[in-house]
Design a protein around this ligand. Structure first.
Ligand code: ATP
Ligand code: MG
Length: 247
């Protein structure tokens, strides 16, 4: 089982849109996938219409973990389950709070699911704190959406600095350009500049697209309502590239 966290300390960069579409493609490719919505606003849960889970989990591990498992819900898609936000967030807070070695606790909890799932995707809220550090420890890969503007460049460098200072492995970080508008020279220049400085940028790029915005209206991944559109192809390519890195 692999854990992929979609993370940025910046808000509104496309973390949730990416989590939802990648979770969808992962499940489509046959991986048993669990999407955990850590965002207190619960956007990921909103995009998938959630049905009650059919899974019957036994009494394992400690209570908080048990409670978390009980919250697993089936989605409309085969191989894809979800832990909705308001539930998981409250529980993770409880799990991570007041415990020693809490940084490693989330990792341990997720490892307990390895028989049931091939991939866990964490849709993270935009912050840096206890929860993020637990995420940095738990994730095999951190996928960071970066909007190619000067401001995002600085935020991205801050994340790299934090990893260096706190001794997290930089190898965990994968980045990609999100909400890209290539007609803007700032977007083009920033992509060039960041690619020349850092080798951890993926080739795939997610364009700015009304089809992604429309996920809210359709409450579904892009493939379900805009199959032949560039944004859908872009998410599929991103998934394939990420899947290769997760191996
Ligand atoms: N590629 C895109 N093109 C156009 N709009 C997009 C794209 N990706 C995301 N959006 C829109 O931008 C807004 C923010 O996207 P999203 O919720 O995925 O970001 P986020 O990083 O999860 O935000 P938050 O930090 O608040 O959790 C949403 O309204 C979404 O529909
Ligand atoms: Mg979000």
């Amino acid at each position: 089982m692999k854990t992929l966290a979609i993370y940025s300390m910046k808000g509104g960069v496309g973390k949730t849109a990416t989590s939802v579409n990648l979770a969808y493609w992962a499940a489509r490719s046959g991986l048993k996938t669990l999407l955990i919505d850590l965002d207190p606003q619960g956007a990921s849960s909103f995009y998938f219409r959630i049905k009650p889970a059919k899974k019957n989990w036994g009494k394992r591990f400690f209570k908080a973990y048990e409670n978390l498992l009980k919250q697993i819900k089936a989605s409309d898609y085969e191989h894809l389950d979800i832990i909705p936000a308001h539930l998981s967030f409250r529980n993770f807070d409880v799990i991570l709070d007041g415990l020693n070695k809490r940084k490693g606790r989330l990792r341990k909890i997720l490892k307990g699911m390895k028989k049931e799932y091939d991939l866990v995707i964490l849709d993270c809220p935009p912050s840096i704190g206890h929860l993020s550090e637990a995420v940095f420890t738990a994730a095999d890969q951190l996928l960071v959406p970066v909007i190619p503007t000067t401001l995002s460049e600085r935020t991205f460098e801050q994340l790299l600095d934090f990893f260096r200072e706190e001794d997290y492995s930089k190898k965990k970080i994968l980045a990609f350009f999100s909400l890209v508008q290539n007609q803007k020279s700032m977007h083009k220049n920033t992509q060039e500049s960041l690619r020349s400085k850092h080798s951890l940028f993926l080739k795939s790029v997610i364009p700015f697209s009304a089809d992604v915005e429309n996920m809210g209206e359709h409450r579904a991944p892009v493939d379900q309502f805009a199959r032949n559109k560039p944004a859908n192809k872009a998410y599929y390519e991103l998934w394939k590239e990420v899947a290769r890195k997760l191996k």
